[in-house]
Design a protein around this ligand. Structure first.
Ligand code: PLP
Length: 396
């Protein structure tokens, strides 16, 4: 038999492992390590939501659902999107329930990309976009969003990156890993450029419910002339604390939806049935209490965010003020230029794991991503140890 590696897909084989996982593989082998690395709510899924899943199992509703997902769930997503995002989607022909936002992103990218197309990927960003674009045979083109621009995509950056091969732009605000957000006025500057070059947009809105200070979430799909060229990808993992249920959704105009639907149909058939009942209950209860559970969790994240910002200030690590998601993105530049060296040093010296910025793009090396989806107690202990480590570096 030939060398197995020569028989495998060269694009898939050449993909790097996710920088988050690589680092946490090492951290997981260490006893009593304090990890601030995982982008996953520390809250369990609210029991009131879970009950609907338990009931669905007890009543034997454990088979496949329609490929697109439960009709009632699509209707609830449509109601949510219409009321809270300000864009109307037909639950019959424009909303697809997916296996997490992850599957939605994969299917949307595969539906849009043809070999040789270029897809603009603003960095720093979540780890999956560039690999999924490459797997679809297209070319991910990184846009280096800078801290001076609050990690936003600026018109200048966008204009400078568009070529005649550019097919789509991925937007992901509130952002993982920076916590940056782009508000309506920021998006309004991009929309004319996107329309002039006839680009499509994949808008990853998974953190839409998690904004702080006076920041207001805005979907680019809500802007004039943008709905028809935007795919919204979102999900329940983050704001309903439902990561393990693996449930997300895609909203797209019918023509794009039809192609995404076929990929979903062949790849996964349908999203997990029990999880769909849980998400349906989560939305229905939230409509009744005006998203009180989500607001409670968001207030706790906000308290932790403020605590972290205060501590970074005291420690002397400059930290961009995050206004969305649940990540802080401090820079290690006062001490060194390389966040990876800092992160490994911190792990060795203090048994605290944070993710080096390099995991999120090639120009984010001097940063660290710190998730505050951890209890204030854990954050306090970790930040005390980070302070000790920084002081040791300073006195070396
Ligand atoms: N998009 C972003 C920006 C994320 O941070 C994540 C998970 O961390 C996902 C998508 C994937 O979410 P899901 O659990 O719904 O697949």
């Amino acid at each position: 038999m030939k060398d197995i590696s020569s028989l495998l897909n060269p694009v898939a084989s050449a993909l790097p492992m996710s920088g988050i996982r690589t680092f946490f593989g090492i951290a997981a082998t260490r006893k009593d390590c304090i990890s601030l690395g995982v982008g996953e709510p520390d809250f369990p899924t609210p029991p009131a939501f879970c009950k609907a899943g338990i009931k669905s199992v007890e009543e034997g509703r454990t088979g496949y659902t329609a490929n697109a997902g439960l009709k009632e769930l699509r209707e609830a997503i449509s109601k949510y999107t219409s009321s809270f995002v300000g864009v109307d989607y037909d639950p019959e022909s424009e909303i697809l329930v997916t296996v997490g936002a992850s599957e939605g992103l994969d299917a949307a990218i595969r539906a849009i990309c043809a070999p040789g197309d270029e897809v603009l990927v603003p960095e720093p960003c979540f780890v999956c976009y560039a690999p999924l674009v490459a797997l679809a045979g297209a070319v991910p083109v990184p846009l280096a969003c800078s801290p001076e621009d609050d990690f936003k995509v600026t018109p200048a950056l966008l204009n400078a990156s568009i070529t005649d091969k550019t097919k789509a732009l991925i937007l992901a605000y509130p952002n993982n890993p920076t916590g940056a957000i782009m508000q309506k006025s920021d998006l309004e500057l991009l929309a004319p450029i996107i329309k002039a070059h006839d680009l499509l947009v994949i808008s990853d809105e998974i953190y839409a419910e998690l904004t702080y200070d006076d920041a207001e979430f805005c979907s680019i799909a809500s802007l004039e002339g943008m709905r028809e060229r935007t795919v919204i990808v979102s999900g329940f993992s983050k704001y309903f604390a439902m990561t393990g249920w693996r449930l997300g959704y895609v909203c797209a105009p019918k023509e794009i939806y039809d192609v995404i639907f076929k990929i979903h149909q062949y790849a996964v058939m349908c999203a997990p049935t029990v999880a769909q009942y849980v998400a349906l209950e989560a939305l229905e209860l939230s409509f009744k209490d005006n998203f009180a559970t989500v607001r409670q969790m968001r207030d706790i994240y906000d308290e932790r965010r403020k605590f972290l910002l205060g501590r970074f200030d005291e420690i002397g690590l400059p930290c961009f003020r995050p206004r969305g998601a649940f990540y802080a993105f401090p820079s290690v530049e006062p001490l060194m230029t390389d966040g990876e060296t800092f992160a490994y040093g911190l792990l060795d010296a203090k048994n605290v794991a944070v993710v080096p910025g390099s995991a999120f793009g090639s120009h984010a090396e001097k940063f660290l991503r710190i998730s505050y989806a951890y209890s204030i107690d854990t954050l306090r202990r970790a930040l005390d140890l980070i302070e000790e480590y920084v002081n040791e570096l300073l006195t070396k």
